[in-house]
Design a protein around this ligand. Structure first.
Ligand code: CA
Length: 242
């Protein structure tokens, strides 16, 4: 089992800064365990892009299971705020996974960035959003479709940078040949339905579908920064076979 991946991040058509960050930052392939992540910085003028960059860099350098790396990223942001008070109020989401070529994926997740798994016709969300609207969905007071365009859809109930005692979601799944794994920021999922995302994701190798998702989000309005990491689980290392 091998991994072929592509990633892209774009400011979108409305915002002036891109506060998202992704890992890996360039396309590639590997037969080794792969770390993939997306972070969506919070705080606008309060340096959201600083928070998402610290989160990704710290999590990549840290050792151990994904949830430990997320906790390390959180501690690094809190430390930065303590040392440089101009950064007070910055925070970020972080959805990070370790993919093992033996056939598994383990996630550590906080916030409203997402991971998805596309297997044949089944498109499954691997993460649960830590948002107010998600709580409303679970309480039966809001539909998924209404939540997607809800004015308060970005109101997070959990994020990195605000408390030492951060709860990190852990999720695991098996991986099979032919699977596609997607990591994305809410700039994608607020613009496109899951159905549309699955359609684009399944239609070509990561180098094509990754940019295809960014373009579709921008065509749908591009109101937020949009970031994706697309990974094909394959038997070949030829990107055209993915
Ligand atoms: Ca966002």
């Amino acid at each position: 089992m091998k991994f072929i991946w592509a990633s892209d991040t774009h400011t979108g058509r409305v915002r002036e800064n891109n506060e998202d960050a992704v890992h890996p930052q360039s396309d590639g392939y590997s037969t080794q365990p792969l770390l993939a992540a997306v972070a969506d910085g919070l705080g606008g003028a309060r340096y959201g892009e600083v928070a998402s960059r610290i989160a990704i860099d710290t999590a990549v350098e840290a050792r151990g299971r994904p949830w430990r790396r997320v906790r390390a990223a959180n501690a690094a942001i809190l430390e930065t705020v303590l040392e440089q008070p101009q950064f007070v109020g910055m925070g970020t989401t972080l959805t990070l996974a370790l993919l093992d070529p033996a056939g598994s994926i383990e996630l550590g997740h906080v916030g409203d960035s997402r991971a998805y798994l596309l297997r044949d016709e089944e498109f499954r969300r691997l993460t649960v959003d830590h948002t107010h609207v998600q709580e409303e969905i679970e309480a039966g007071r809001l539909t998924e479709e209404a939540a997607r365009t809800h004015p308060q859809r970005s109101y997070l109930t959990r994020a990195l940078g605000f408390t030492q005692d951060l709860a990190v979601d852990i999720e695991r799944s098996d991986l099979r040949l032919g699977d596609r794994v997607l990591f994305c920021s809410d700039g994608l999922t607020s613009m496109l339905t899951d159905l549309r995302i699955a359609d684009i994701l399944g239609d070509g190798p990561p180098s094509v579908t990754s940019w295809g998702l960014i373009e579709a989000a921008n065509e749908a309005g591009g109101v937020d920064n949009v970031s994706v990491v697309v990974i094909a689980v394959t038997a070949s290392t030829n990107p055209d076979d993915a």
